[in-house]
Ligand binder design. Sequence first.
Ligand code: NAP
Length: 281
Amino acid sequence: MAAVVMDGKALAAEMKEQVRLRTEQMTRRPGMAVVLVGEDPAALAYEAGKRKDCQACGIYYDTFRLPSEVCQEDLLGVIDTLNRREDIDGILLLLPLPGHLDEKAALLAIRPDKDVDCVNPANLGQLLLGGGSLRPCTPAGVMRLLEAYHIDPAGKRCVVVGRSHVVGKPQALLLLEKNGTVTICHSRTPDLAAECRRADILVSAAGRPGLITGDMVKEGAVVIDVAMNRNAQGKLCGDVDYEAAAEKAAWITPVPGGTGPVTRAVLMEQVLSAALDHGKG
Ligand code: NAP
């Protein structure tokens, strides 16, 4: 079977264009701020991507680069300032923070209505209860991809590999919300292959290149690869052995060009949504 390649890049372009068209009509532009602690090159590249996305979507953008030795009080001070600024509707704190900082306290400090990547426990709690308008961007992006390809999780056996707070757990909740029958796998799952082979929808977010081999994919399955790894040659890759899996799957996401761009587009949508909630229009 030749799998349909789920084109995240095209979907993301469409989503961002919709955001741009909406912000163009607004008298007060939505605004987003990124807080970056330290000089990690990957985080700096990520931050540059956010700036570019905001520019493309007509969203005001500001960035706060703090030295890696910043103290907790100063970090919380920056978050507090951003919480109060009316021009800022969304705050993104790039993780991980240096070890001396209390990450949980910093995430809790982000005002829930400005928490556009849904990292504040208040918003994660809303997600658990099936409410709230802000969702973790990556899992929400996976749902958008499924929707775009008219794949309804209802009644399907869904297997999520990974149980992090940012991807695996919220992904499982979102699939459950859409009436999937969900299994979460992790590093202690005794027979990962057997679990995966049962999946109608397989979402892998382990961060382990080559973890999902072709024989772990059910004939006709949907295979969503969330991971962003570097292989031995330094090339970006996911968890899934793409070529082998594409022979069995009916739908599959590539890496790059699958879930990554959609995650970024969801963030833009959520900044817009927060701005509308803040009365901008
Ligand atoms: P994480 O916090 O490291 O979590 C990885 C999860 O995978 C853990 O729950 C871990 O299990 C599980 N795992 C690791 N090895 C496994 C194995 N051999 N078998 C089964 N499960 C295994 O990572 P994350 O932040 O969730 O990110 C996951 C991946 O997604 C990374 O590659 C990351 O770069 C990527 N990512 C992509 C996007 C996007 O936009 N596409 C966004 C965010 C993250 P334990 O809990 O038992 O340790």
